[in-house]
Design a protein around this ligand. Structure first.
Ligand SMILES: COCc1ccccc1-c1cc(O)c2[nH]cnc(=O)c2c1
Ligand SMILES: [Mg+2]
Length: 214
């Protein structure tokens, strides 16, 4: 039976990356996507912007919306202090299965909790299920039509605090116009655009960094 792209990406990690070395996992995925098959990881160019935001925020509790194969999950977790944790939500069970194996190869299972299911259903359960008070950093990288409703849900569930950073991928390509309009015009956010390129291509894309003002 034919393998899937996420399965081929996982095999590239297991072949080319060193167990327990997160940066070698990130490099192996980027090489696979540049040399073999494009895949929708945040990639190295936007990934460096992600790294700088993570290092600046030094978050203890991170929420990632959209795990895919775990590339950005591993990238973020490799920069976190010892007790810090990431909860990453993935709707697609096949993606979640691959992501768990990529995360295990990187040796980061203790920092990362992969949760399967719709973000709209899981966000209201964060406090009771995972003992989360508020998130220090939210990385939005799931589905463009869910960025705005999930952001409003995070607000309504009291999961954002004064200073929480929202970092959103793909605000240009595929594009999240309603989300951009909201965070750029709402008095409750201070927003900043980081121009970059769609992973592994020359097309424009970028990350939007928004601080929740409370
Ligand atoms: C399935 O579309 C793939 C694609 C095709 C063309 C342009 C962009 C994208 C793209 C790029 C990304 O970084 C993405 N990140 C998260 N969820 C996405 O759906 C997503 C889509
Ligand atoms: Mg993306």
């Amino acid at each position: 039976t034919q393998s899937t792209r996420p399965q081929r990406l996982l095999h590239a990690v297991q072949k080319n990356a060193t167990r327990g070395d997160p940066r070698s996992v990130v490099k192996a995925i980027d090489n696979f996507c540049r040399q073999k098959e494009w895949a929708m990881n945040v990639g190295d160019e936007k990934g460096c912007i992600l790294d700088s935001v993570v290092s600046e925020v030094n978050p203890v509790t991170v929420l990632e919306l959209g795990t895919y194969c775990g590339y950005s999950t591993v990238r973020i977790a490799s920069l976190l202090p010892p007790r810090a944790k990431i909860i990453t939500l993935e709707f697609n069970p096949d993606y979640a299965k691959i992501a768990r194996q990529v995360i295990a190869w990187a040796g980061l299972e203790d920092k990362i909790q992969v949760v399967e299911g719709p973000s709209g259903e899981w966000i209201p359960k964060m406090k009771e299920q995972f003992g989360v008070k508020t998130f220090d950093l939210v990385f939005l990288d799931h589905w463009k039509d869910r960025y705005l409703p999930d952001t409003k849900l995070l607000e309504d569930c009291g999961l954002l605090r004064k200073g929480t950073i929202l970092l959103a991928d793909n605000v240009i390509c595929p594009g999240t116009p309603d989300y951009l309009e909201y965070v750029r015009n709402s008095p409750r956010y201070k927003s900043q655009y980081f121009k970059s390129h769609l992973e592994y291509t020359k097309a424009e894309d970028g990350l939007e960094k928004s601080v929740f003002l409370g």
